[in-house]
Design a protein around this ligand. Structure first.
Ligand SMILES: *Cc1c(COP(=O)(O)O)cnc(C)c1O
Length: 221
């Protein structure tokens, strides 16, 4: 485990990429071990699990909410979450803004794009994204900061397909960076790549990978 972590961390550092260690279903003691090795960025996909773990662990951990987020649960993570990866609707963004305001903070968010072929994956289409940008409410959301995009490729052995989907996401990211978000230096994060496809993601310009099973072993649900 140690050596996998060190190798992966070296790879990330040499690419200037942030490694989010996805600790879902794994015990607090294991997170603590990684913490002691100096790791600070951890990702969870369930709010209940995230908040329970956060209470038991050092407060300088940067918690990433990586999975689909229900609006009624935003309030539980709003006081401390570092980055929300999976904002997939204006309604959710509005709720994050509201809860951020209550906590007197600005919450960093990524917009999740639907890049996979599968219907089951959440995320905006390009049309839906434009609709949101054009809405009257969007510019008024002062307690959220859009840091970039997130996407999940199709779960497949077809590497060409995965690469194509990552390329598409990267291209949209660059388009927004030089368009709508030009001059906004905080728009700098492209969260793509997991245990199975992070190498392709790095080649295609990811700035943040979310890796679970490769670091912590398979999950038994
Ligand atoms: C579980 C999860 C990951 C990590 O998956 P692994 O294949 O174990 O690396 C990454 N991103 C999201 C959104 C997840 O839910």
């Amino acid at each position: 485990m140690d050596s996998t972590y060190k190798t992966l961390l070296d790879t990330c550092n040499s690419h200037n990429v942030t490694l989010v260690a996805v600790s879902k279903t794994k015990p607090v003691s294991l997170i603590q071990e990684f913490y002691e090795m100096g790791h600070r960025d951890f990702g969870e996909n369930k709010v209940q699990e995230l908040t329970t773990k956060a209470e038991k662990l050092p407060t300088d951990i940067r918690w990433h909410q990586i999975g689909h987020l229900q609006r009624n649960k935003v309030k539980y993570i709003a006081p401390f979450v570092h980055l929300i990866h999976a904002v997939d609707s204006l309604k959710l963004l509005k709720e994050v803004n509201k809860q951020a305001k209550k906590n007197d903070r600005v919450i960093d968010c990524l917009l999740q794009m639907h890049i996979a072929e599968e219907d089951s994956k959440f995320g905006f289409s390009s049309e839906e994204l434009d609709e949101m940008f054009d809405s009257d409410v969007y510019p008024q959301l002062e307690n959220v900061r859009i840091k970039g995009l997130m996407g999940m490729a199709t779960f497949t052995d077809n590497k060409d397909q995965v690469r194509r989907e990552f390329k598409q996401l990267k291209s949209l990211f660059e388009q927004l960076k030089s368009g709508r978000y030009s001059g906004k230096d905080h728009f700098d994060t492209l969260s793509m790549g997991m245990s199975g496809d992070y190498q392709i993601a790095l080649e295609e310009g990811s700035t943040m990978i979310r890796v679970g099973s490769l670091l912590f072993g398979e999950r038994n649900y």
